[in-house]
Write a protein that binds this ligand. Structure first.
Ligand SMILES: Cc1ncc(COP(=O)(O)O)c(C=O)c1O
Length: 512
């Protein structure tokens, strides 16, 4: 099923992957790059690792009959992807959704100089700020302080931020969240459009949305203008492959030429044929693989049912209804509150890996998140048995999952005795601060200085300070507290204990 609800016959084809495969039948003499020459005898190390087929498929760009000329198989593959996701146009990316976020932020620069952006965006969006020079105005997501996780933003929150920034270039949100919480994209798009700006959605975790009736609809179907999609996450393509989808919205004409230019600015001139082919095949599998996706949803349902029935742990998404920013949950994500079962998320994840050979996607202090790729069907009973074999009698008496009373934003409690710090004042754009000469100073001497780095405490991973923001005492205490907490860490820190921070060397803000 595609986003239009029907499957056109051409969705059953994979023109780029097929063209690539067709080349491998011939006896080529390869006097071009890649230098391994698809010679499994000479490139024996690679062949031992991968087998011979990937070497033969590793064909360089600009080959007639594959990606060269009008209506090439690559063009057709991209057109089919656009049709499947309901986009005006789709780009195939070989540097992940991170590349998509950088492209999207750079493209927004042509529409203004302030980006109204969800604070809990991925670091690649902050990289986009650095590259583009855009100023950032933040919309804060709701935070579940009990579980240490960030969710999404409400249309009301976005409207408030847009009203405060009438010159905004675009609105930028993330949905679904790392925990599978889905925001109300329709309301967010309507809010952005009322304010005269496009809605850009980082849908990295939702590339499979819209391809089965049990899944939420994708962001484009709800009116988003530009969507970043990490196809390799749950969509089934190879790691590092992703897509960028431009919707048919009111901003498409203005954005399209910019996106094409910036795509070339960021894409390698030697994009991997293997990655591109995997995108073509993932699109075909999603568009035509309804029953297989249904089996994945069933497997995830069985895991959730098993967790509920055993009663030791809890399914985090069962409490999503209490958060005003969450309108749905991705059924292919299974976030589990392990703390209730007497074991931290970090410990549970580590034991599942070492003792049961089970990998889960992410852990926080209090939860783990298992994800099932669309079309995959892992055995629920193996996971449930391992989960319930984890050591630890319930140490924490069962409490209701955090609801609105427990939900919090910045400035609220992060954990007993410590508060999530409010961001310090902005002195420089992220770009100016990141590119300026910088020095590393002892943490206590960094207070009052302008940060050159993005630092984010895990959990929940929201950037606590961005390049250009003033470092506060509260921030340093919070980061050091997080770093000292078992399982906690600070992404971007100059050292694991956050005893030093990188600050802008010449700090114009201090002289004002
Ligand atoms: C919300 C979000 N956006 C973007 C990315 C970057 O995706 P990729 O790893 O495909 O570059 C991630 C990575 O986890 C993410 O969580």
């Amino acid at each position: 099923m595609t986003h239009s609800g029907t499957i056109s016959p051409s969705q059953h084809t994979a023109p780029y992957a097929d063209a690539l495969l067709a080349t491998t039948g011939a006896d080529w003499q390869r006097l071009n790059v890649p230098g391994h020459g698809a010679d499994a005898t000479r490139a024996s190390g690679l062949a031992a690792l991968l087998g011979e087929a990937p070497l033969r498929l590793d064909v360089p760009p600009l080959v007639d009959g594959i990606d060269l000329g009008p209506d090439s198989p690559l063009d057709r593959a991209r057109t089919l992807a656009a049709e499947a996701w309901g986009a005006r146009r789709s780009w195939f990316l070989t540097n992940g959704a991170s590349q998509g976020n950088r492209i999207a932020v750079l493209a927004a620069r042509s529409l203004g100089d302030t980006l109204v952006v969800q604070r809990s965006v991925h670091s690649s969006v902050v990289d986009g700020l650095v590259l583009s020079g855009l100023r950032a105005a933040f919309v804060h997501p709701s935070v579940d302080p009990g579980l240490g996780i960030a969710h999404g933003v409400t249309a009301a929150g976005l409207a408030e931020a847009l009203a405060a920034h009438p010159d905004a270039a675009a609105a930028y949100v993330v949905t679904p969240s790392y925990f599978g919480a889905v925001a109300d994209v329709e309301a967010l798009a309507a809010t952005a459009h009322r304010a005269g700006v496009p809605l850009i959605v980082d849908e990295a975790w939702g590339s499979h949305f819209g391809f089965h009736p049990a899944l939420p609809a994708g962001a484009l179907a709800h009116g988003a203008d530009l969507v970043v999609s990490s196809t390799h996450k749950l969509g089934g393509s190879l790691t590092q492959s992703a897509m960028l989808h431009l919707g048919e919205g009111p901003f498409a004409d203005r954005l399209e030429p910019q996106l094409e230019r910036i795509f070339h600015l960021t894409q390698s001139t030697s994009a991997s044929a293997l990655l591109l082919a995997s995108l073509d095949l993932a699109r075909r599998a999603l568009a035509t693989g309804g029953p297989a996706i249904g089996e994945s949803v069933e497997a995830a349902d069985r895991i959730r049912a098993g967790v509920r029935a055993a009663g030791r742990f809890a399914v985090v998404s069962d409490g999503f209804g209490a958060f005003p920013d969450i309108v749905a949950a991705d059924p292919l994500r299974v976030p589990i509150d392990t703390r209730r079962g007497g074991i931290s998320g970090h410990h549970a994840r580590s034991l599942l890996l070492t003792e049961h050979r089970i990998m889960v996607e992410v852990a926080t202090d209090s939860a783990i998140v298992a994800v099932l790729g669309a079309g995959s069907a892992p055995d629920p009973s193996r996971f449930l048995a391992a989960l319930h074999a984890l050591p630890g009698p319930p140490l924490v008496p069962a409490e209701p999952l955090a609801g609105p009373a427990g939900a919090d934003t910045f400035g609220g409690p992060a954990a007993p005795g410590i508060r999530l710090p409010a961001p310090g004042p902005v002195r420089l754009t992220a770009r100016d601060a990141f590119l300026a000469p910088s020095v590393t100073v002892a943490a206590q001497r960094s207070v009052g200085r302008v940060s050159a780095d993005t630092l984010a405490a895990y959990p929940p991973g929201i950037p606590n300070v961005l390049p250009g923001e003033v470092i506060t005492r509260e921030l340093v205490e919070f980061l050091q507290y997080t770093a000292a907490t078992p399982g906690g860490h600070v992404r971007g820190a100059a050292d694991p204990g956050v005893t030093t921070l990188r600050v802008v060397a010449e700090d114009p803000g201090r002289h004002h």
